[in-house]
Ligand binder design. Sequence first.
Ligand code: KG4
Ligand code: ZN
Length: 801
Amino acid sequence: MSISKSANPHIVLALDSANEVIALGLGALAPDDRSISCLVSECIPAHRASNTQLLPRIDALLSQQGIERSDIACVVCGRGPGSFTGVRICIATAKGIASALEVPLLGVSTLDAVAWNLQQAGLRGDALVVADAMRKEVYPVRFALDDAGIERLGVDTVVKADAQAAVLGASDTLIIAGDALVKYRALFSDCGIIADEALWMPQGSGLLLAAQAGWRIGHLNPFDARRHDPALLLPVYTRLSDAEENERMRLSQTEPRDLRTGVQHTGVDVDAACGIVYRPLDAAHAAQVAFLEEQLMGSDAWNEHLVLDDLGRKDRTWWAAFEAATDELVGYAGGWVVDGQLQILKVACIPVQRRRGVARMLLAHLASDARDLGAHEATLEVRASNTGAQALYAALDFKDIGARPHYYSDREDARIMTGPLPLAARDVAGMNLIVDQAAEQVTPDGPACAPADRSARPLILAIESSCDETAAAIIDGDGTILADTVASQIDFHTRFGGVVPEIASRKHIEAICGVTQVCLENAAVRANVPQLRWRDLDAVAVTYAPGLVGALVVGVAFAKAAAWGADIPFIVVNHLEGHLYANKIAQPDIAPPMVVSLVSGGHTMLVHVRDWGDYRVLGSTIDDAVGEAFDKVAKALGLGYPGGPLISKLAEQGDPKAIAFPRAMMHSGDLRFSLSGLKTAVITYINQQREAGAELDLPDIAASFEAAVIDVQVSKACTALDQIGAKEFCLGGGVAANPALRAAYEHACRKRGVRLTMPPASACTDNASMIALVALDRFARNLFAGLDADAQAHVDLEQPY
Ligand code: KG4
Ligand code: ZN
């Protein structure tokens, strides 16, 4: 089933879906002079359907040309700028193909590709390529076109369309192209000559020429797999997400003085191992930074005014580290994004906090912002004597490229170091990587038997990216989870009081290669083989629904492309079915018929599992989900996000009978739920207490709220068990991690003689092991998905797929 490498891979595959089109190209690479001859070039209208069309088109194009996947020597991908989702679909697809084929992935600018079209069409002179950036904005770049090629005259930026037209003024020589003309043709028509409409969109040939130009000047190298590790390629955004932009604006204001980032921190956004919280630096802490500067940097210290001035600038990024317990500022870092480079201005940590990874985390945050702002490289100066810092940078792949003599005010030399962004191929963008919680513990000397015996077929890698967790797991034919990896983005959402969809999508694209790579490596250790590669797998699976569609598409595009690259079947999985299957981790022999309660941030339902794959929803919530209610109550109490774990922790100290909150629909006679009334009752109670000037008893409120939820949940579950007559009851979803709920079910099931199964707490929240378990069953039943599979926000659990 696995494909073997061609003796002579020489084909360049180019793809772009940054606009409303899919541009594809195939070129033949001449190894001696590295020139590419374009074999075929396409530009197909896609209208937001690139995820369904991109891979089928690539597959068809190769077949038409009689080219094998194994002939592909490298993949070239347009990085935008353009539609965020379009760019991500393209890059996720390219990453999947390049990872599975183990070939370099090279990024080129979508705008450069358009400029090359103009040059190839014989146009000469000044040109402007303008891409649509939505929100009445455009991405404009100027080029000079001559017989030799194109010269880019500026970096990627985003500006208002009318402001750009005003800056250009009137000209009758400037050649104008780009997809923004679809909307703004009239606006730009006085600014120059509008190119023929056929030249507005990128073409496969333009992408190939842009790549060829890149390696002629040494920028790209089609044979350098290390430099062009698929993990390293990221979209061109030129701006942070809206949520982050607004936050920066607030934080850089000096008034009011005591600004907190959205929610009170409570320890959830704490780097678990270290008790350190990371937040964007705000103006209220500028004086403290200046104070530390004076202590740590001596005569090179920045004063408060300098820090404040820098904070307010759009091309800067500043992060701060705080001791969670005391909220004391313990470190900070600042960077400036200029001409595609992140110049690291400051990285500092107080001496007693050193060696706790603070500098590395601060750098990860700077790097993540810098990438979003268009940087692909980082540079910094470090004291020649500071070998500790140099070692840290070297570990992040920074190279020493020379000295700046007498750079510091005490005349000490600086070493100049530069490194790639992301900081390392393994970088998961500052996300917390949790490894092998669901997989069985590996014994120190590894399994005794040989790998082939050990790992029963099929071997399936599953990916989960429906919300704010990028996860991968590998399962074998016996149902053993060989590896389970989760990169949690929670640190990036907590400050906003909930999951920010745009940030979630960005983090998935940054983490997906690192997470799957770590997963493959850990599974290899577990299976006692030197290496496990994509082509050694028997299938790739992915969550396709339900969830945040912009987050799901990244996983779907990547997984589908990796399956195609490895020439193995592709499987899609319903996330909710995954939560049902998570129970197999605790009890492999559970068998239908059974009743399962699914309680998560997005769902609350009782399900009759008639057989695996055959589900009937007995009842679900008519308004909020249980997890949502926990999150909203936590927010009203100023606790932070996600609320579930915080409330359950507080509730341990409280009296569940202290406040009589309503048990909605407890006696409705059906199996539906309603949570919004309870949520309102809790919020009303909080407000009344506050108005009366009474101190809030947080533990009592938490415990009483939790008890109200649990009473209804357990009572309805018991009714369902009676109705179905099932002897198995299971739980699933994030709220199933709640200890009080688990205890209540233990009690109720024991009383009724029903066997209770609950996933381990780590497998209640989103993970890929549960997706892998479903995938194994679907593999056995030959339920494979096509290359046109796409993500879906909503899907009916009862509907077979
Ligand atoms: O299943 P999940 O990770 O994501 C969704 O598919 O929604 O569930 C997340 C939800 C959040 O609302 C979170 O507050 C809740 O699960 N949760 C909890 C607990 N741990 C997580 N709710 C109550 N008690 C907990 N210990
Ligand atoms: Zn979930």
